[in-house]
Design a protein around this ligand. Sequence first.
Ligand code: MG
Length: 344
Amino acid sequence: MKLSYKTYSLKFKHPFGVSGNTRTETPTVFVRLEENGVYGYGEACLPAYLGESTEATLAFLEKAKSLLEEFDCRQLVDAFLFKVDAIAPGHNAAKAAIDITLNDLCAKLAGKSFCEWKGIEQGTEMPTSFTIGIDSEEKIIQKLKESEGFEVLKIKAGTADDKKLISLIRNITDKPLYVDVNQGWRDKEYVVKMTDWMSTQNVILLEQPMPKEMKEDMRWVTERSAILTVADESVKRLSDLEQLEGAFKGINIKLMKCTGLNEAIKMIDYCKKHNLKILLGCMAESSCGTTAMAQLMAYADYVDLDAPQLYLNDPFKGVQYQNGKISVQKSLGIGAEPNQELSF
Ligand code: MG
């Protein structure tokens, strides 16, 4: 098979963030594998906070190139991905791009949808949350207007004004909220007090309230929390799950953290066995990576996959959004195909 890739800048419809830290775009690398005129596509989404640069991603893809070009889809994808993983530690987004494109291509070559080919239940439709980032009061009010079609909102917290922010939103809408603190709180007693208060504000889950190092404090919080606690930064891969026992009640699984669909499926198995709720999330992928993740929706308790809605220049077609729901059609492979303007 033949590997190609292309760097791309996904431009936000509305740049967001507080002054001096405004995000206007997300750098991305799209990957394509070709065999006998059939194409598989994948994506490495690289927002700055992920800490994986475009250059390092391209260098990793170059290192994986010869392995990929020798691969045959009749071989075991899982065993092959172990080899890719062993090239170098880290580079999780690049590994995810390889996993997605390979799964897409192999399913297509077998004449099957990804879920059929994998032998898993087909994801179809779920409500997804709509994300509102930390921003000025005025911009938050504007974003709330844009979120009208969505049934659930995800808000980014972790500043001194969190109660004020939640109250502001509560004055405008009573939609359920997911609150993502991005490790912003450090005092365990404060966190529990906040969960008590948030449970009266229709907040249904609290994501990563404390720094990932504060596992013991998180165990203390989760035992007492009035709402569901969900790990994000604390869990990248399957191997992170065991040492977190009791620290959270749910896990935010993202393809760019966990190296792709194969490992995400293993993490879902782990969560089901250990009674952990599953949130399917994303970094800020286009419809390419998002459609790949949406394939696993049949196993999700919560879905936070609104990123394609945030962009002006999404170069892929795949998932669709209607009435606050994300849906994916059963199709050959993963079902994300580039628009004509994306030439490799
Ligand atoms: Mg998060």
